[in-house]
Structure formats: C-alpha cells, structure tokens
Design a protein around this ligand. Structure first.
Ligand code: ADP
Ligand code: MG
Length: 248
C-alpha cells in the first residue's frame, strides 16, 4: 500500500493527534512495542501506568524528541512522522515535560511573555491578562524571578507558559509530581479550567482518582504496550485493572 499524507479515518474530522504502532528504542532496548493512541479535538486523555512503562517515551516519540524506529504520527490529519520536534509543536502542541525548565533568572512575566505566540489559526486567545486570571498566585508573583518560586509555582508557570502558545493540545508529563497537596489541588483545578476552554490534553500523573474525574478517556501502558483503553466509567468498574497495572 502507498503511504499517504492523510490519516486513514472514516470520519470527516481527523483526530487532533494520532499515533499508530510506535516502536521506539533507546540503543538496543526495545521500549515502545507498538503503541497506538488517538486524541480528539477538545478531548482530555490520560496516559497511565507504573514507572518505567513508557509513558514519557510515548510522549517523546509523538513529539519527535525520541523518534520512533517505526510507526506513524499525525496532527490534525497531517502526517508528522519523522518531523523535527519544533515543527511538530508548531502544529499547535504545548509540551510540559517532567523537568519543568523555566528560566530561573527571568521574572514570571518575562517567562510568560517570552513564550507567547499565536495559535495555528493565528489567534491569540491567551494574552497575559487572561492567562493570569487562571493563575492568581502567579499574578501575585509576576515580578518574582523563576528561581524564587516554589515547586508548585514553577509548575503553574510552565502550564501558564504553555497556554501562552495558544495550543490546541496540551501535553503534561507528571502534572503534579513532587508537589505539596495544596499545589496539587491548584494544578488539577487549572487543568479542569483549561479543559473547559476546549483545549485538548494528554495528562500523565500518578493520581488515578484525579485523572478519573477529569479525563474523558484513558490509556494504560504496561511494558511499552497499551494494555487497556477506555472511559472513566469502565475503569472505575474494573478494580483488577488498577491492581494489575497501576498498583493502587
Ligand atoms: N534515555 C534513556 N536511555 C535508556 N533507557 C531509557 C531512557 N529513558 C527511559 N529509558 C527506559 O525506558 C523505559 C520507559 O521509560 P519512560 O518512558 O521514562 O517510562 P515512564 O514515563 O512510564 O516512567 C524504562 O525502562 C526506562 O528505564
Ligand atoms: Mg515518565
């Protein structure tokens, strides 16, 4: 069969993001063993699984940061297989990696303003003022340097910065990892607000309860394979899945 530039899909509207049969290696280690997933426009999806199961590698493969050895990816129906990361994210993706990477010697305002760019449709739906409405703590600390922020504030800054890129899809790896409970709640609140604005998300986190409440659908990874996918209701009804794959 000839490879085509358009994602094969029966519906008229292609998925916002699709990955098919990703196989990714670190050296000789075959990490992703045929991962496929899809995210619709405005959909909130989780990627679950114990440590080391391939969640981060899946995200990095989709973004081209760790290019898969085989498999294909699409953003909004356009094939992005083999694209460099900067081109993939220009299709409207904002990525918040596990290590947050804010600029320590720039102020909160500078960190935010530096990130600003119009969305793929040319619109600027997230000017500074609107972004700050969702992050009252950052608004209070607008003149503080990045390195004066707590871990929770830094994570808020990375999410706020991601919004300033006017994304169609926000990817959050370990959204609340290492944060105090108060900040965790803040982050979940903000993620809910972002979802309600219609931005799609892929969220990785250990807090299965929060993910169940927040996400439309879930993928569970085990040793580089998707072993389950489905909606929150179905996952709630299946405690064996928890025990087997999530260890909670
Ligand atoms: N840079 C790397 N080099 C070699 N192996 C890696 C590297 N990054 C991750 N791995 C391995 O790949 C597997 C999947 O890791 P990762 O995708 O980070 O899992 P998760 O995000 O689910 O915790 C693990 O076995 C991990 O040890
Ligand atoms: Mg990870």
């Amino acid at each position: 069969m000839m490879a085509t530039a358009t994602q094969p899909r029966p519906e008229a509207q292609p998925a916002l993001l699709a990955a098919s049969q990703l196989h990714t290696y670190y050296g000789d280690s075959h990490i992703l063993q045929g991962v496929s997933l899809e995210v619709g426009r405005g959909e909130t999806v989780s990627l679950m699984g114990r440590n080391g199961m391939g969640k981060t590698t899946t995200l990095r493969s989709i973004l081209g940061l760790t290019p898969p050895r085989s498999g294909r990816t699409w953003v909004a129906g356009v094939e992005t297989t083999g694209w460099r990361p900067y081109r993939v994210v220009q299709k409207g993706i904002a990525y918040v990696p596990e290590d947050r990477g804010i600029f320590p010697n720039l102020s909160v305002r500078e960190n935010l303003v530096m990130a600003a760019r119009p969305g793929v449709d040319g619109r600027n739906a997230w000017p500074l003022e609107r972004t700050l409405e969702h992050f009252p703590r950052l608004a209070e600390r607008i003149g503080h340097m990045g390195n004066q922020l707590s871990g929770g504030e830094q994570q808020m800054l990375t999410i706020a910065r991601a919004l300033m890129t006017n994304p169609e899809l926000l990817i959050l790896d370990e959204a609340t990892e290492g944060l105090a409970p108060l900040f965790r709640r803040e982050i979940w609140r903000v993620i809910g607000e972002i979802r309600d604005t219609g931005i799609a998300s892929i969220i990785v986190d250990k807090d299965v309860g929060a993910l169940l409440g927040l996400c439309d659908r879930h993928y569970i990874l085990n040793k580089g394979r998707v072993v389950w996918e489905g909606e929150s209701e179905a996952l709630r009804r299946d405690p064996d899945l928890y025990r087997q794959h999530l260890g909670v």
